[in-house]
Write a protein that binds this ligand. Structure first.
Ligand code: ATP
Length: 243
């Protein structure tokens, strides 16, 4: 399979996976994932349920019981590093379930994660990106809508200094107006030089924001395409997704 040209081939990739394998206990789930993401790119992992997209993100942050192969973050090999050291390279993971602490207020949730790197967004920059968070600052985590939880989960990670964001289905279950807000925030973050790898089932959303796409099937990357190619002919990609 030929590599799709990236906009900035001269730089070291922000993230590069080579022959990444991962296991849940005895269960071998990833079978040699190869992909790379350049600084400032928004790249998606597309594929059917159970293909291994979430597991790929979990393997990048080093929380699987076993993984092998190569995971380089800005050229640094992380395959033998513990997850807390990997996070310090600037990784910010937002899981599908968003991980908002129900017993804490929005403000407490926002301030909770430790900084991983210099240059995190200030609280006021986070409010500009996600005004809803400011309005709900003293609310309890449990009182938030799904969209507010997603924005808080993203804002929280941006405060830590993470500049490589790993987002698992950020738009899942959200109203179209909130999906649009998340899309605008991601475009703004891209302008500021953030790099994003996201798992996305919402094909329309994915093609509105992404530069490139990888298709995952049975724990492997089986195809890739630039967003321009996908927009020219959606049929191949939709076939992979069974749409
Ligand atoms: N905690 C776990 N223990 C054992 N197997 C798991 C676990 N989590 C996921 N799996 C299995 O690993 C495979 C890949 O799952 P993964 O969650 O990465 O898929 P996905 O592409 O993200 O799809 P989905 O959108 O359904 O989450 C599936 O066969 C799934 O059943």
């Amino acid at each position: 399979m030929a590599e799709v040209a990236s906009p900035a081939l001269s730089q070291a990739p922000m993230l590069q996976l080579h022959q990444l394998n991962a296991w849940y206990g005895e269960s071998h789930v990833l079978h040699g994932i190869d992909l790379r993401v350049m600084k400032g790119e928004i790249v998606t992992l597309l594929g059917r349920n159970g293909a291994g997209k979430t597991t790929t993100l979990k393997s990048i942050i080093g929380v699987m019981s076993k993984r092998s192969g190569s995971v380089k973050v800005q050229g640094i090999e992380t395959i033998d590093l513990p997850s807390r050291k990997i996070a310090k390279l600037g990784l910010g993971y937002v899981p599908e379930e968003r991980g908002i602490y129900a017993s804490l207020s929005v403000e407490e949730n926002l301030m909770l994660p430790p900084r991983v790197k210099d240059g995190g967004l200030t609280v006021s920059e986070i409010f500009t990106l996600f005004p809803n968070i400011k309005e709900r600052l003293s609310s309890q985590g449990t009182k938030l809508s799904g969209g507010e939880q997603q924005m808080l989960a993203m804002g929280r990670v941006l405060r830590t200094g993470a500049d490589l964001l790993l987002l698992d289905e950020p738009t899942e279950g959200l109203a179209p107006i909130i999906v649009d807000q998340i899309g605008l925030a991601l475009k703004e973050l891209k302008k500021r030089g953030f790099t994003v790898l996201l798992v996305e089932q919402n094909f329309k959303f994915a093609t509105q924001i992404a530069d490139r796409h990888y298709v995952v099937e049975q724990g492997k990357v089986v195809d890739q395409a630039t967003n321009d190619d996908v927009l020219r002919d959606e049929s191949k990609m939709l076939k992979y997704l069974g749409v």
